[in-house]
Design a protein around this ligand. Structure first.
Ligand code: UD2
Length: 309
C-alpha cells in the first residue's frame, strides 16, 4: 500500500490519479490548501482528513494500514507564509517529515520519497543548479525543505531506509490554484488571460523587469519523475533536481501564452518582490541517468492547460 501525504493538493492529486490505476493508496491531507474534488473516486483510494504534524496521527496511520511506500508531499507550499508564520509552517514542513521517517523506519517501509524544492539553493548565482552545489536556503520554507531532505538521505545511511529527495523547480499544471498572489506565476497569467479573453477587465502584473527566469516543469512530468524514483533502487540515499533544464524568462513565457491564446491582458510592471531569485534553472543530468526525460515542452504543457480551463 502506498501512502501519499498532501495527496489532495495540486501535485499530490496528479500523483494519486496515476497510482490508483494500479495500486491501493492512502491519501492523507488536512485540506488546508488541498481539495477533495481534486481526487478521483476510485476503489483503490482511501482518504483521511488528518494533520500529519501530529505525531500520534502519523502513528495511527501506520498502525492501521500496511504502508510499503511513502510519498511525502504535504507542506505549506507558500514561501511567503513560511516567512510570516515560521513556527506553524515548521511543524508542517519539518516535524511531519521526522514523524513519517520514524514510523517508516519502525514499520520497515521499502521506499520513502520526499518532495523538496529548488528553494534550497537560494540565490547563489551559479547556473544551472547541480545537486552537489552549495546550498543557501533563505527562508524558513527553504531551511525546512533542506533539513527534511538531509534527514531523508541520512536515514538511508543510518537506518537503511530507502529514502530519496526530489528538488522540484517551478511546477505548473491543471488544478494549481491561481487565487493567491503567491500562486504559481503560470496559473496566475493563464487565469488572467482567460478572463481577458472573455471580456473581463484585468491585467497581468510583472514584478521586476520580466527578465527573471525559471525552469518551468509540467506537473505530469513531475509525476513521471516521482513514479520513476519510487521504482529505482539506484535513487536511494540521493537527491535529484526535477526540472526540464530549460530557462525561460517571464517575458518569454508571456509570448508563448500569447501565441497559444491569441492575446494577453495589458501588462503592468511593479517593483521586484523582496528575496526574488533572478535566475533559476536545473541541471537534470543526474535524474536523466535514472531514465528520466521530460515529455512536455513549455508550449505543449501550456496548450494542455488552456484546453483544461
Ligand atoms: C517557486 C515556488 C516556491 C519555491 C520557490 C523556490 C511556485 C508557485 N513557487 O517560487 O514554492 O519552491 O520556487 O525558489 O512554484 N511573478 C510575477 N507576477 C505574478 C506572480 C509572480 O511577476 O503575478 C514573478 C515572481 O516575482 C517571480 C516569478 O514570477 O519572479 C515566479 O514566481 P512564482 O511565485 O511562480 O515562483 P517562485 O519561483 O517565486
Amino acid at each position: 500500500m502506498i501512502l501519499v501525504t498532501g495527496g489532495a493538493g495540486f501535485i499530490g492529486s496528479h500523483l494519486v490519479e496515476e497510482i490508483v490505476k494500479k495500486e491501493k493508496v492512502v491519501v492523507v491531507d488536512n485540506l488546508s490548501s488541498g481539495k477533495l474534488e481534486n481526487l478521483p473516486e476510485h476503489e483503490n483510494l482511501i482518504f483521511l482528513k488528518e494533520d500529519i504534524s501530529d505525531k500520534s496521527t502519523v502513528k495511527n496511520i501506520f498502525d492501521s494500514y500496511p504502508v510499503k511506500t511513502v510519498y511525502h508531499l504535504a507542506a505549506v507550499a507558500s514561501v511567503q507564509r513560511s516567512v510570516e508564520e515560521p513556527e506553524e509552517t515548521h511543524r508542517t514542513n519539518f516535524d511531519s517529515t521526522l514523524f513519517l521517517l520514524e514510523e517508516s523506519r519502525k514499520n520497515k517501509v521499502s521506499k520513502f520519497i520526499f518532495a523538496s524544492s529548488a528553494a534550497v539553493y537560494g540565490d547563489l548565482p551559479e547556473l544551472p543548479k547541480r545537486e552537489d552545489m552549495p546550498v543557501k536556503p533563505l527562508t524558513p520554507y527553504g531551511v525546512d525543505k533542506y533539513a527534511s531532505e538531509r534527514y531523508v538521505v541520512n536515514s538511508f545511511h543510518l537506518y537503511n531506509l530507502n529514502g530519496t529527495a526530489l528538488r522540484f523547480f517551478n511546477v505548473y499544471g491543471e488544478r494549481q490554484d491561481p487565487s493567491s498572489p503567491y500562486s504559481g506565476v503560470i496559473s496566475i497569467f493563464i487565469d488572467r488571460t482567460i478572463k481577458h479573453l472573455s471580456g473581463e477587465e484585468t491585467k497581468i502584473v510583472i514584478y521586476g523587469d520580466g527578465k527573471q527566469t525559471r525552469d518551468f516543469i509540467y506537473v505530469k512530468d513531475v509525476v513521471k519523475a516521482l513514479i520513476l524514483v519510487g521504482k529505482s533502487p539506484e535513487s536511494n540515499g540521493k537527491v535529484f533536481n526535477v526540472g526540464t533544464g530549460r530557462e525561460t524568462s517571464l517575458l518569454q513565457l508571456l509570448k508563448v501564452i500569447e501565441e497559444i491564446a491569441g492575446d494577453v491582458p495589458p501588462v503592468k510592471f511593479a517593483p521586484p518582490r523582496r528575496g526574488d531569485v533572478k535566475r533559476s534553472c536545473a541541471d537534470i543530468r543526474r535524474i536523466k541517468e535514472l531514465g528520466f526525460q521530460p515529455s512536455y515542452s513549455l508550449k505543449e504543457g501550456l496548450r494542455k492547460l488552456f484546453q483544461y480551463e
